[in-house]
Design a protein around this ligand. Structure first.
Ligand code: SF4
Length: 511
């Protein structure tokens, strides 16, 4: 009889004799990062405090992240490194801008004919032997999958990373109905064991130092808390998770692209974990957001060339797996999920956010995100893309998020599908102010500013008074615990002369 190892040689134990060897040693996955840290580790800053639908105080959580100097430095450097790698890859492709335009055009074409392509995808997937379901919202998605699992008597589910399932609160729901969900992506598994959401859509645990991971693993899988060697930690995790994978009743994946003309879908990973989730158990369920559709297989090449380069600065993901139908003797289900997407599609200013291919490039380049960590947003999606998606789920709760941006436009410049991200962030600010979804203090400040700016004489008098006041005010008036502005900034010295008075003196009356 064949053993699981014979059926799945990729699952062999890390200390087996079949490992990839060079000069008698196992290959290192992260050269130079394997020496255990000796100094006392800095505690990991936690994310935003979430209280129901009360507005998330992103600035407060960001300030705590910035105060954790080691975390802030590591996070900033790691993400900037990804941005630089992305730039190097981009410069290696002469037709990069044409690819971006083409990707944007394909997405816009598809989104404006989404009903037609979804029906084509459904029909072709069904003819491939796949069961296709539709979920209007997160609750229906969770119920549907619970129903499929119950029909099969499944009690455990291995799953690869999927932001859609995060959006649907899938894991907490499954826990409430007694189904054990095991994440197979390493970063996502770290976050699951630490009871945290992913902080980045591509690298979920990027905000953690390896000492943080050592602490989590020590508590949850019994590793040595003093050992933060990355090989030790990764292999301990493999040892702990592999038996769970082998005996799981069902497997689940997300989807990067669903092809209407073939009824197939594609999942891109670097760890091969989606292939484990899809192929080890006989039952495979895939959650697919309806915006993931592309019309034809030939369009896939455009997105595959852009995705990994934009995300991690690598030419391609290690695994680009195509799923066409159930494996022999198995069963495959697809759940096509709306959860607010068709409503967003009807909003003129924000519908193009549905073009997003979840590469994370806008996060890697954003100066606010890099220094505040993804968990400070208190939402499924963080960084620039989060600022324009999250308020579509709950305007009050995420009303502060569109203000967590410098509007420098770097996100828009790197976006592989040319979403005008910074313009949409700006548009959200206007919408939220018009709908009175901003804090009372901010509204009062804006009212005063509006009054001043609409009266030139009053504005000039206020500027002159502020210059005098700034020169003579005691420091504690600006730099105190109550004034968030003064916490990380120095007030510039007021100029001796304002531009207006200079202009009057030197160019007065001239055009
Ligand atoms: S908005 Fe653009 S850059 Fe940001 S994750 Fe989506 S596709 Fe990538």
């Amino acid at each position: 009889m064949s053993t699981p190892e014979m059926l799945h040689p990729e699952l062999l134990a890390p200390d087996d004799t079949h490992g990839i060897l060079r000069d008698g040693h196992r290959l290192d996955h992260a050269e130079g990062a394997s020496k255990p840290l000796r100094s006392r580790p800095e505690p990991q800053p936690r994310g935003a405090k979430v209280h129901g639908s009360r507005p998330i105080d992103q600035a407060e959580a960001a300030a705590r992240f910035i105060d954790a100097a080691e975390h802030e430095k590591m996070h900033d450097e790691r993400l900037w490194d990804l941005r630089q790698k992305r730039d190097r890859e981009m410069h290696g492709i002469a037709e990069w801008e044409e690819l971006r335009s083409l990707a944007s055009a394909i997405k816009e074409h598809t989104l404006t004919r989404l009903d037609r392509y979804l029906e084509q995808f459904e029909a072709n997937a069904q003819s491939n032997g796949i069961n296709v379901h539709w979920a209007r919202d997160a609750a229906e998605h969770n119920r549907l999958i619970h129903g499929i699992l119950s029909d099969h008597g499944a009690k455990s589910l291995i799953k690869s990373k999927s932001m859609l399932t995060e959006e649907c609160g899938f894991r907490p729901y499954m826990a409430s109905v007694g189904i054990d969900v095991i994440e197979t992506d390493l970063g996502e598994r770290i976050q699951q064991l630490d009871n945290e959401d992913p902080s980045h859509i591509v690298v979920p645990a990027v905000h953690k130092l390896r000492t943080d991971v050592a602490e989590v693993f020590a508590k949850k899988i019994g590793t040595d808390p003093a050992n933060s060697d990355v090989h030790y930690l990764a292999e301990a995790q493999r040892d702990a998770t592999r038996p769970l994978i082998l005996k799981a009743d069902a497997g689940m994946t997300g989807c990067n692209f669903a092809v209407a003309e073939t009824g197939t879908f594609v999942v891109c990973t670097n760890e091969g974990n989606a292939d484990l989730s899809a192929n080890v158990p006989k039952l495979h369920i895939a959650s697919i957001g309806i915006e993931k559709i592309i019309p034809r297989l030939e369009h896939l090449a455009v997105f595959v060339r852009l995705l990994s380069r934009s995300a991690l600065g690598s030419p391609v993901t290690q695994y680009t797996s195509h799923f066409r139908g159930p494996r022999a003797g198995g069963e495959m289900h697809i759940v096509l999920v709306d959860n607010g997407r068709s409503e967003r599609l009807g909003v003129e200013e924000f519908w193009t956010s549905l073009k997003c291919i979840r590469c994370g490039a806008c996060m890697n380049t954003c100066p606010v995100y890099r220094r505040s960590g993804g968990l400070s947003y208190g939402a499924t999606y963080s960084g620039p893309i989060g600022l324009i998606i999250d308020p579509t789920f709950n305007q009050r709760k995420y009303s502060n998020l569109p203000f967590a941006s410098t509007l420098n436009g770097s996100c828009t410049n790197v976006c592989p599908v040319k979403i005008n991200i910074h313009e949409q962030i700006y548009a959200w600010r206007r919408v939220l102010v018009e709908r009175h979804e901003t804090p009372l203090a901010k509204r009062a400040e804006m009212k005063v500013a509006g009054e001043l700016l609409s009266r030139p004489a009053a504005y000039r008098a206020a500027v002159a008074a502020a210059d005098v006041a700034l020169a003579h005010l005691p420091r504690f008036v600006i730099y105190n615990g109550l004034n968030a502005w003064g916490r990380h900034r120095d007030v510039p010295h007021p100029p001796k002369q304002t531009f207006h008075s200079w202009y009057q003196a030197n160019r007065g009356g001239k055009q």
